[in-house]
Design a protein. Structure first.
Length: 54
């Protein structure tokens, strides 16, 4: 038997050809930034507490 390669159907005009997760990348970046700021704040508070406690 002869096998034929079938081409995918053409995409309608105006639609994106690829997946671009801009919103996901921005969300992850903001979460990591917030995480870093949170730990920096905790470190700062700890250093201040230890510096003035003694």
């Amino acid at each position: 038997m002869e096998e034929r390669m079938t081409n995918p159907p053409p995409e309608p005009d105006g639609e994106h050809s690829g997946f671009q997760p801009r919103g996901i990348v921005l969300f992850v970046f903001l979460m990591l930034l917030g995480y870093g700021l949170y730990w920096a704040y905790l470190w700062f508070i700890t250093v201040i507490e230890r510096g003035t406690g003694g």
